[in-house]
Ligand binder design. Structure first.
Ligand SMILES: Nc1ncnc2c1ncn2[C@@H]1O[C@H](COP(=O)(O)OP(=O)(O)OP(=O)(O)O)[C@@H](O)[C@H]1O
Ligand SMILES: [Mg+2]
Length: 358
């Protein structure tokens, strides 16, 4: 049984199509994150699963039941919104109980359910307070609690952490992950934050302009992005992309040549994008074979490591280096080295990852 299945899902507003036929299966108990730039159709897709937007074309099933025409309240999904959507005049307990009362759950059962969920979320001391008298993080927890008490088949989250400050966001992110490990409810989570996607997801769905670019585990997408869009979206900072031309032994970038493992032989002359992760760059001596000469632009200390911004000809390169407690030694860097087996190649025209038979 699949948790949620989207098959050829299309959304159009009048003549304007914004989701162009999405196929996606979310397994039962799986935590899937939809990530992509603003306007790519994440919320629209999620709201179609929730029943808050009509589906223009395609089939949507939840636990193998087709629900295209089923009302939101009968889909057995619970949604957590970015703005929490709490009732301001109700206290925490009543906010959480609201949906249960509508569903005519017996009073005694409501009481124990609320008590249990409040305990899980650390909300027990706040049950009598109104939302206005809570911190942002506590409000977020109430919104989660309201979803949890309903024991839905599927949780749907639309940027639930984006109203919180950075520290709280990290904290709540970990709480959501723990909660998922504990409750194991099928979840679809929307964010434009790639770190949230990487840390929370069993599988990530990278969306762009109403289409899916790639689906995979966080590490699959990080290690083997299908195209330059995914490569440029995941990772912080994301993968560097430099224009290059293949030679018999590597790739020419500007007037330098970096070595690439055997596979490029026979492809000399082909225009490519050379993908280099900031983490894979090492400092080098200028004369070293396969070194890439750079002129350093900026050094940003982060503590144990620093972010270095550099230029090679017309291309920019951002990479990381250990500080060992001091950044003075980094200001003189004039060349870097990229281990040949870690370089990624993409077709210059289509942006698709090149697999040259390795
Ligand atoms: N009611 C509507 N009428 C017309 N176009 C709409 C409507 N609602 C959304 N859109 C368009 O659909 C596209 C997808 O919007 P959606 O809200 O799904 O994006 P998103 O990926 O959630 O972006 P964000 O990260 O900014 O929340 C956008 O181009 C948006 O302008
Ligand atoms: Mg959105």
């Amino acid at each position: 049984m699949s948790g949620v299945n989207l098959s050829g899902i299309v959304k159009a507003y009048g003549a304007l199509q914004v989701v162009h036929g999405i196929d996606l299966t979310v397994a039962e108990k799986e935590f899937v994150v939809l990530v992509g730039p603003s306007g790519c159709g994440k919320s629209t897709t999620l709201r179609m699963i929730a029943g808050l937007e009509e589906i223009t074309d395609g089939d949507l099933t939840i636990h193998d039941r087709r629900v295209n025409r089923v009302a939101p309240k009968d889909r057995d999904v619970a949604m957590v919104f970015q703005n929490y959507a709490l009732y301001p005049h109700l206290n925490v307990a009543d906010n959480m109980a609201f949906g249960l009362r509508i569903r005519k759950m017996p009073k005694a059962e409501i009481k124990t359910t609320i008590a249990d969920v409040a305990e899980i979320l650390g909300l027990t001391p706040y049950l009598d307070r109104r939302p206005a008298d809570l911190s942002g993080g506590q409000r977020q927890r109430v919104a989660m609690g309201r979803a949890i008490v309903r024991h839905p088949k599927v949780f749907l989250f639309d940027e639930p952490l984006s109203n919180l400050d950075a520290k709280l966001r990290t904290q709540m992110r970990a709480e959501i992950k723990r909660l998922h490990n504990r409750l194991g409810v099928t979840s679809v989570y929307v964010t434009h934050d790639q770190v949230e996607a990487m840390t929370l997801a069993d599988r990530i769905v990278v969306m762009n302009d109403g289409r899916i670019e790639q689906v995979g585990t966080p590490m699959e997408l990080f290690n083997n992005p299908a195209n330059t869009f995914v490569a440029g979206f995941l990772g912080s900072p994301p993968m560097n992309q430099m224009k290059g031309m293949l030679t018999e032994t590597g790739a020419k970038i500007g007037d330098a040549e970096i070595k690439i493992n055997g596979a490029v032989a026979g492809h000399a002359g082909r225009d490519v994008i050379v993908g280099i992760r900031p983490e894979h760059v090492t400092l080098s001596d200028e004369g070293q074979s396969s070194a890439l000469p750079i002129s350093l632009d900026l050094v940003e200390p982060l503590g144990s490591e620093a972010l270095l911004h550099a230029r090679h000809g017309e291309d920019t390169l951002v990479f990381k280096a250990d500080t060992n407690g001091d950044i003075a030694h980094l200001s003189g860097v004039g060349a870097v080295h990229v281990p040949s087996h870690l370089v990624k190649l993409f077709d210059a025209e289509t942006g698709r990852a090149l697999n040259l038979g390795t």
